[in-house]
Design a protein around this ligand. Structure first.
Ligand code: CU
Length: 172
């Protein structure tokens, strides 16, 4: 009997520890698009999953950018533009959240330096759970070429709608 109690106590302890240590979110295939000379903005993309419903990606930050925002693409007057989503993006338990060129992305603006091909950029993603509690997840994002696998998907993307100086050269 004593043995049974011990093993129950042990498994409860293990569960408590793993709750503390393990984030509910998993981030895979994180990458940052390499920039060209004088380009002051770029995007970070990744696949995000959540073990819980009601999770949102609400913020991001990185040392290499002065401003980092969560962006979406939207049709405005027949033109695809990107804009900030201040409330963040839902990460559903069933489908997760895909950040990809031509879609949702983490926008890095006011770049302090150019991310170099093959370099790993550290990005902090902030998630909010259904209870409104926030926590950070550290992501190592590899810098990949401008014309990655999905290049050209955003042809015709009009950057003039963007209010950030230096955004103009960016093809999303
Ligand atoms: Cu953007």
């Amino acid at each position: 009997m004593k043995k049974v109690i011990q093993s129950v106590v042990l498994s409860v302890a293990v569960a408590a520890v793993s709750n503390l240590v393990m984030a509910q979110e998993a981030v895979s295939d994180a990458w940052v698009r390499a920039t060209v000379a004088n380009q002051k903005a770029t995007g970070m993309f990744a696949n995000i999953s959540s073990a819980q419903d009601g999770t949102r990606l609400v913020a991001a930050r990185t040392d290499i950018a002065g401003v980092t925002q969560i962006h979406e693409m939207a049709m405005e007057e027949g033109i695809m533009r990107m804009r900030e989503v201040p409330a963040g993006l839902p990460v559903s338990k069933a489908q997760g959240l895909a950040l990809k060129p031509g879609g949702y992305h983490v926008m890095m603006m006011d770049l302090k330096r150019s991310p170099k091909l093959g370099e790993v950029v550290n990005v902090t993603l902030t998630f909010e759970n259904a209870q409104g509690k926030r926590h950070d997840v550290q992501v190592a994002a590899e810098v990949r070429a401008l014309n990655g696998s999905t290049a050209g998907a955003m042809k015709g993307h009009d950057m003039k709608g963007h209010d950030m100086k230096g955004h103009g050269e960016m093809s999303h």
